[in-house]
Structures are given as C-alpha cells and as structure tokens.
Design a protein around this ligand. Structure first.
Ligand SMILES: [Zn+2]
Length: 233
C-alpha cells in the first residue's frame, strides 16, 4: 500500500478520535466543570482586588482622621476667645479662621460620606462574591467527578481507536508521522488534502513549480499557506 493511502487510512481513523475528543470537549459535563474552575480562579483575583481596595480605604480613613485632629487642634484656639478679644486681639483674624474651619469641616464631612459609601459598596461586593465562591467550592468536586466519570465512559472507545491507529502507523514513515502529529496538535484537520487544479483543496493556494514536480513523482508536499500535506491522486 502506498504511503499516501496509509496516511489517508490513518487520517480517516484519526478523524474518529478527533470526533470523540470534540464530543468530550463540548460536553455539558466539561462546560460546567470548566466554567466553575474559571469562576473560582477569577474570584480569587477579584477577592485580592477587593482586599487592596479595602486597604486603600483604610489608608483614606487614616488621612481623614488626621485631618479631623488637625481641625480639633485649631479649634482649641477658640476656647479662650473671650479673653483674646478682651485683650485686644484682632477679631477679624478669628472670623476668617472660623470660616476656614467651617469650610474644612464641610469638605471633611463630604469625604467621610464618600468613604462610608465606598466602604459599604466594597463590603457588599465582597460578601456577595464570597457567598458565590462558597457555593461554587461546594459544587466543584462533584462537577470534577461528573466530568471525569463522563470521560471514563468514552475512554474505552478512545483506546480502541488509538490501538488501531498504532497498527496503521507501523507502516508509515516515522518522520512523516511526527509531522502529522505536530499538525494535529496545532488543531489543523484534515491534515492530508487532495490537490485540485494544481491548488490546495483546502485553502486554494497554488503549488510552486518545485512542488508540482514532487507531487507528480507521487510524493507529498506541504501547502505553503495552510501547511497541510498535499497529495495528488
Ligand atoms: Zn493550503
């Protein structure tokens, strides 16, 4: 049997294995398992983000507390304002200062309100996420098992195909098979394609002059564009 016929046989059997792999890949069992896995992975990053945000808010709280203490300190000047006024101090200076303190307190109050809102939002987000994470973590082992069980049911069929592939492969050139497997790993399929009107039947690329000669001699070439094996019947 010619090398091309062997390769075509191999590819035909391999397409059964590919179909089986796709069936497993697209199964509900895998989808649910992977979705939960991805969620847990992202949730862990998100929890880190929320922790960072909470630290940021704590830093802001410290700054606002310091500002409040600064204002309280200045307010102490007013404890003896009557004495100061009696001793002839400039009342307009204290009036201006009182206005500035009022403004500072107003802006501090607004900042505190913003901080409270941000802290509440962060906490709500954290609690909701934590609830979902706990639920997903509970579910995760069952989903993993369901996917594994499903894969096991398909394993006997996959093993049988793999055995047949091994038998066919025994007659195929090792280097050619290695290249075939590399292409398969890159998810190129079918790998071996017929040449029609001097072109790759898959992507339409025309063969070079050298390749035209090679295929005329009954050998396989690689498409310059899609890198499939090309053969002439
Ligand atoms: Zn091509």
């Amino acid at each position: 049997m010619s090398q091309i016929t062997q390769l075509l046989n191999y590819q035909k059997k391999d397409s059964e294995l590919l179909a089986l792999e796709e069936e497993i890949y697209n199964s509900e069992e895998r989808k649910k398992y992977i979705q939960t896995q991805n969620f847990l992975k992202k949730a862990s990053e998100k929890l880190d983000q929320l922790e960072g945000k909470s630290q940021e808010l704590a830093g802001l709280f410290d700054r606002l507390t310091a500002k409040y203490e600064e204002i309280s300190e200045t307010l102490k000047d007013y404890e003896h304002i009557d004495e100061l006024v009696e001793s002839g101090a400039d009342i307009s200076f204290y009036q201006r200062s009182a206005q500035q303190l009022t403004d500072s307190l107003k802006s501090l109050k607004a900042e505190v309100n913003n901080l409270i809102a941000a802290a509440k939002e962060t906490q709500d987000e954290y609690l909701a996420l934590k609830k979902k994470v706990i639920a997903s973590q509970k579910l995760y082992p069952d989903l993993r098992k369901a996917y594994q069980d499903y894969k096991n049911t398909r394993q006997a069929a996959a093993d049988a195909i793999a055995e047949e592939l091994k038998t066919i492969a025994a007659d195929i050139d090792e280097e050619v098979l290695k290249k075939y497997k590399a292409k398969r790993a890159e998810r190129i399929f079918p790998i071996l394609c017929e040449i029609r009107s001097e072109r790759c039947s898959k992507c339409g690329m025309e063969l070079s002059l050298a390749d035209k000669e090679t295929v005329s001699a009954g050998r396989v070439v690689e498409c310059e564009n899609c890198h499939r094996f090309l053969y002439k019947v």
